[in-house]
Design a protein around this ligand. Structure first.
Ligand SMILES: Nc1ccn([C@@H]2O[C@H](COP(=O)(O)OP(=O)(O)OP(=O)(O)O)[C@@H](O)[C@H]2O)c(=O)n1
Ligand SMILES: [Mg+2]
Length: 415
């Protein structure tokens, strides 16, 4: 079988293959790029496998970086691109189910392809576009099947993450998981306990962003792989709801966490702990928690100026877009227009600042400054106060006077 028209990404990398061949080695395009090219999908990172050992690769190319030399990978910088060039290898023993104890470099492509995860990922292609297909990977691509290379149990014992990879490819490609491969996932799902949550997170997000989410989520539930995800353990019933969400693809990682946590009815008190157990960045945790609060509000009410201001445009858009998963019509443009129409979008946009207040009142600095600015901010957002210097300072004067009156009555609020 031939790929008749080589996509540009391969053409750009062809001189690397030619250089390796000229030096007497074999070299092929391998992995996801070959799979995606055959499916007519956009390809990203073109990977190369070769019979040359890492030291030999480094002698052939001028600009290289040792990115994973112990695993046989050298990064070759060539023109505007960078390419992972990996020596053919077998990974014999995996005692901890995640990393090979030792990598054995081999000179044979067949040995290398044999230890890859799925038949659709075990294809190699030379620079003429000729495909090497030792495990009926092309037939499985045509039939839409994810099938382990050789014995599925062996492949999952080598790297347990491959079980989640099977589910995410099902979601990304709309493929089904072949029977024996699925049985092996059911049998070995407990090996996922050995896998770092960072790696699990990457696969879960890819699964949720896939265009055939249900295809991945169904086996995720049935195989009980979900048991290895923070916060999902007791959520079999809620997981069904996640599976049955409208099929529209999710557009961002933040959307994945927002919709998942909402659907699984994770209690608010657990949000922060679980999101950090998932190893999300602090910035992402904040976006998700704020959006979960906003979504809970929005599902029962219309937006108010206070909510729009607090959340900001990015989260308002996210929440509004997520409504489609909960039986409501998103009103993204209207919500963003309301947000834009707010008189200010941050406290810095108030026509006076703390220094101005101190100067105008001749009072000592203290917590009253922040409280006064906060009250002005709220009044401006709600259109009960104009954002100009005179109006703001007059408002401050009134507030201070009121608080002094209250102080006389023993209730100290502002100052
Ligand atoms: N646990 C793994 C990870 C990767 N691979 C092999 O290494 C290739 C490249 O891995 P990776 O880039 O992680 O996956 P891709 O299949 O390329 O998918 P993606 O499009 O997400 O990059 C895979 O195709 C597969 O042949 C494997 O056998 N087992
Ligand atoms: Mg890849």
């Amino acid at each position: 079988m031939m790929l008749e028209v080589l996509p540009a990404e391969f053409k750009d990398a062809t001189p690397l293959i030619t250089a390796l061949e000229k030096a007497g080695f074999e070299a092929y395009f391998v992995g996801g790029s070959v799979r995606d090219a055959l499916l007519g999908k956009r390809i990203h990172d073109v990977d190369i496998a070769t019979s040359a050992y890492p030291e030999e690769v480094k002698q052939i190319f001028k600009r290289t970086v040792d990115v994973g030399i112990e695993h046989g990978t050298v990064l070759v910088l060539y023109e505007a691109g960078q390419y992972e060039v990996t020596t053919f290898r077998t990974e014999s023993t995996y005692q901890d189910y995640r990393r090979p104890d030792e990598v054995t470099f081999v000179r044979s492509l067949a040995e290398d392809l044999k230890r890859r995860d799925f038949t659709i990922n075990a294809l190699a292609m030379n620079c003429q576009g000729e495909i090497v297909d030792l495990f009926q990977g092309i037939a499985d691509l045509e039939d839409g099947v994810i099938k382990a290379v050789g014995d599925a149990s062996e492949r999952f014992n080598e790297d347990a993450l491959r079980m989640l990879r099977a589910l995410r490819f099902a979601s990304q490609l709309g493929f089904r998981i072949e029977g024996k491969t699925f049985d092996a996932i059911v049998e070995h799902h407990r090996l996922l306990a050995k896998i770092s949550i960072e790696r699990i997170q990457i696969e879960f997000v890819k699964l949720m962003l896939g265009t055939h989410r249900r295809n991945g989520l169904e086996p995720f539930k049935i195989s009980t792989c979900y048991q290895h995800c923070p916060g999902f353990q007791e959520k079999a019933t809620e997981l069904r709801r996640l599976i049955e969400l409208p099929e529209q693809p999710m557009t961002s990682e933040a959307m994945v966490w927002l919709v998942t946590f909402y659907c699984l009815e994770i209690p608010e008190k657990d949000w922060r702990l679980l999101l950090s157990q998932w190893k999300l960045s602090n910035q992402m945790i904040k976006v998700v928690i704020d959006s979960l609060k906003g979504l809970t509000y929005r599902l029962a009410h219309s937006w108010t100026a206070d909510w729009l201001y607090e959340l900001g445009a990015e989260k308002v858009r996210l929440i509004e877009e997520s409504l489609l998963y909960f039986g409501q019509e998103p009103q993204v443009a209207a919500a963003l227009a309301m947000y834009e129409a707010l008189r200010i979008h941050s406290i810095q946009e108030l026509a006076v600042n703390g220094q101005d207040l101190l100067k105008a009142t001749d009072l000592k600095p203290g917590p009253w400054v922040g409280r006064c600015l906060g009250a002005m901010e709220k009044a401006v957002i709600n259109n009960s106060l104009a954002n100009d210097r005179a109006s703001l300072l007059a408002y401050a004067e009134r507030l201070l006077a009121e608080s002094t009156d209250e102080k006389k009555e023993g209730d100290n609020d502002l100052s």
